[in-house]
Write a protein that binds this ligand. Structure first.
Ligand SMILES: Cc1ncc(COP(=O)(O)O)c(C=O)c1O
Length: 490
């Protein structure tokens, strides 16, 4: 009779993993057979003995043996006992992974592809789950009109069963036409609903564009500093990333850089510095793209939120040659878990990109698309944006005021819009003070990580939109205390 061995330990380890006792026992016995710990024809303990050893009822052990017999793992003969019925290819017993431990190396199989390895090495993109002070990039979810959203959803669900089926991979027609209308009126685009491709996120748009437009070794220009999500997506495609410096007029094209296949930029509100691309630069970049036969990817991620006059119309509206691919998202204007964003494409790219999208995830969920279309069409989107603009504008002012006592150390850059504010620190200070702030429970996303070239600027990108004025002041007071400034009462 086998001694209590590895499979009994496996049984102990599986406790607390949400399995019932019978399933737990079945799983440990299967695992022990795969690990070669129980071999063909080996006899298992009598159910009465095993029940006593493991502190189970005999009925549970009998049920587990019965299940494994039905699955073909055991054979049982009355009066003789239960025997292993199968010889499985061996592998080493898997140890449960503790949370946070690194992902296991691939021991078996041919391993990752070169592309797969680049993707894994890039580290992916993780957005903050909770809008704690001062996590960047989150809208205020507490101010979202949930009741109205529920009513619109219920209305669609009462009447429209077609939303339960597979949808158009390009996006729900109602949403595509609502988006095209909104962009033409509010952002100065010139587009038709047929050019809109609805996606789950800007990140998906970047990934899709990289896969469809870039070959390995192609040169991609992007702003320096710039958006890590774009860098990671294009680098994962094997692109040669070329950091292009920005000044007060935005991206400064550099003639000596390798000619670009694609230029990625945030013209309305440069990420992370906040300036707008000047008109001469817009025209120069369009000309350059035409001359070099390059694509321009315009990421218009947060231009709905402007606090000092309207932002310049989108670059796409100036494009006569079909070079500009425009990305917009509802992650900030509505809410991130909606998972809706869009690309506006030159007509020739629509069919190939829609086809590529069917390989990714088929299409975006239909109900949220239809509800978003109704939300826009019925005027709620414009009203929501007006309200949020006012709310976030006030919060930006509260943050600027709260940072004033620190301005010789932490210096805010002009911030005419957006959900976060860039502020610079003296050289070499970011890492130290980020740790000190974290110890006080304040997150301070670093600026220096957004530089890929040699001269990184130290500083922070401070999200304010999701925080109430009291939360902003409390977090700013924590920063003041770090510097020995006595915070003024709120
Ligand atoms: C420049 C930029 N583009 C895109 C996004 C992300 O949008 P999405 O949630 O649609 O991927 C962000 C988010 O912070 C951003 O800062």
């Amino acid at each position: 009779m086998p001694k209590p061995r590895l499979w009994l330990q496996l049984f102990e380890r599986q406790a607390g993993q949400g399995l019932g006792r019978r399933e737990q026992l079945c799983a440990s016995l299967r695992e022990a057979m795969r690990a070669g710990e129980l071999s063909l024809d080996e006899r298992l303990p009598a159910s009465r003995v095993l029940a006593a050893d493991l502190g189970l009822s005999r009925v549970t052990v009998e049920a587990a043996y019965g299940q494994l017999e039905a699955e073909g793992y055991l054979k049982r003969a009355v009066g003789r006992g239960s025997f292993v019925a199968i010889s499985l290819p061996r592998h080493s017993a898997r140890k449960p992974r503790s949370p946070g431990s690194p992902s296991p190396q691939l021991h078996q199989g041919p391993g990752l592809s070169r592309r797969g390895q680049r993707i894994a090495d890039g580290g992916g993109c993780v957005d903050p789950r909770r809008p704690l002070a001062f996590a960047a990039g989150s809208p205020d979810l507490r101010a979202f009109p949930l009741e109205l959203w529920r009513q619109l959803s219920n209305k669609r669900l009462r009447t429209d069963t077609s939303l339960l089926g597979y949808g158009d991979p390009q996006g729900h027609e109602d949403l595509r036409s609502a988006i095209a209308e909104y962009l033409n009126q509010s952002r100065g685009l010139r587009c038709r609903a047929e050019q809109v491709l609805v996606l789950t996120s800007s990140q998906q748009a970047l990934q899709l564009l990289g896969a469809m437009l870039l070959d390995e070794g192609d040169s991609v220009w992007m702003e320096e500093p710039g958006y890590a999500g774009a860098y990671t997506a294009f680098a994962a495609c094997g692109a040669q990333m070329q950091p292009v410096p920005v000044d007060s007029e935005g991206m400064q094209p550099q003639p000596e850089l390798p000619r670009p296949r694609l230029i990625y930029l945030t013209p309305s509100h440069q990420y992370p510095c906040g300036m707008s691309l000047s008109l001469p630069r817009r025209l120069a970049l369009l000309q350059l793209a035409q001359r070099e036969s390059a694509w321009i990817v315009e990421d218009d991620y947060d231009s709905e939120f402007h606090y000092e006059g309207r932002p310049a119309p989108a670059l796409q509206g100036l494009d006569e040659q079909g070079r500009v691919l425009y990305i917009g998202t509802f992650s900030k204007a509505l809410f991130p878990s909606l998972r809706l964003a869009y690309l506006v494409l030159p007509e020739a790219l629509v069919a190939p990109l829609v086809s590529a999208r069917t390989l990714h995830d088929g299409h975006s969920a239909q109900l949220p698309q239809a509800v978003t279309a109704d939300f826009i069409r019925q005027g709620h989107f414009a009203a929501h944006l007006r309200l949020m603009r006012q709310l976030y504008g006030e919060r930006r002012n509260v943050l600027l005021e709260a940072l004033q006592p620190l301005q010789s150390w932490l210096c805010p850059r002009p911030s005419p819009g957006g959900l976060q504010l860039a502020a610079t620190l003296p050289p070499g200070q970011e890492a130290h003070w980020s740790r000190a702030a974290a110890a006080q429970g304040v997150l301070t996303p670093g600026l220096s990580a957004l530089y890929r070239g040699s001269s990184a600027q130290d500083g922070w990108l401070l999200g304010f939109a999701a925080l109430t004025p009291a939360e902003i002041r409390a977090a700013a007071h924590s920063l003041q205390r770090l510097q020995g400034v006595k915070p003024r009462p709120a």
